[in-house]
Design a protein around this ligand. Structure first.
Ligand code: G3D
Ligand code: MG
Length: 171
């Protein structure tokens, strides 16, 4: 028996969605991922505590974050999402409400995990961890700060989301 789930990454352009996916799937980081059109699809097989073999299908919006019409398609059938902001970019933090609303409207109460990415850029931080944490609590989300560059907490974030998804699917 293999558990399957679909995960989507949400958030403004350049917050690090593609970098997080590659860090998780291949454990690599490149300075630049060519902005592709449409959607990048990746698969990761992993072993999750209490559940065993699990296959995660990961959908990464490629450079079309601003096209709202595409979002619906992208969200279809998603079992959960990582919603990401860049800790050095306040605009990306202010847009979180929109992303969360799109997701909730389509997917209801499926699990969402909030990520503040690029924590390696300590000197440029605009959103302190405390502010991210408060936002997460207010919106009933789990919260982690990550760096796709160093790999900090990236595995934990994906695994935590997948675990929440499986808890819900098997409830
Ligand atoms: P997106 O898929 O959300 O659009 P990308 O974002 O993964 O393409 O990343 C956008 C830019 O941020 C890239 O730099 C990438 O290298 C950088 N980046 C992503 N995650 C991190 C991180 O954790 N730390 C740091 N320091 N940079 C990160 P470029 O230069 O290509 O724009
Ligand atoms: Mg991308």
């Amino acid at each position: 028996m293999v558990y399957k789930c679909k995960i989507v990454l949400l958030g403004e352009a350049a917050v690090g969605k593609t970098s997080l996916v590659y860090r998780f799937v291949q454990d690599t980081f490149r300075e630049s991922y060519k902005s592709t059109l449409g959607v990048n699809l990746l698969k990761k097989d992993l072993d999750i505590d209490n559940y065993g073999d699990t296959s995660a299908q990961i959908w990464d919006l490629g450079g079309q974050e601003s096209f709202k019409s595409l979002r619906q398609l992208y969200l279809e059938g998603a079992n959960g999402a990582l919603v990401i902001y860049d800790v050095t970019n306040r605009k990306s933090f202010e847009k979180l409400d929109e992303w969360i609303t799109s997701f909730r409207e389509t997917r209801g109460d499926e699990p969402l995990l909030l990520i503040g990415n690029k924590i390696d850029l300590q000197k440029r931080i605009q959103i302190a961890e405390k502010e991210g944490k408060e936002y997460a609590e207010k919106n009933n989300l789990s919260f982690l700060i990550t760096s796709a560059k160093t790999g900090d907490a990236v595995k934990t974030a994906f695994r935590e989301l997948i675990k929440q998804i499986l808890d819900r699917l098997t409830k």
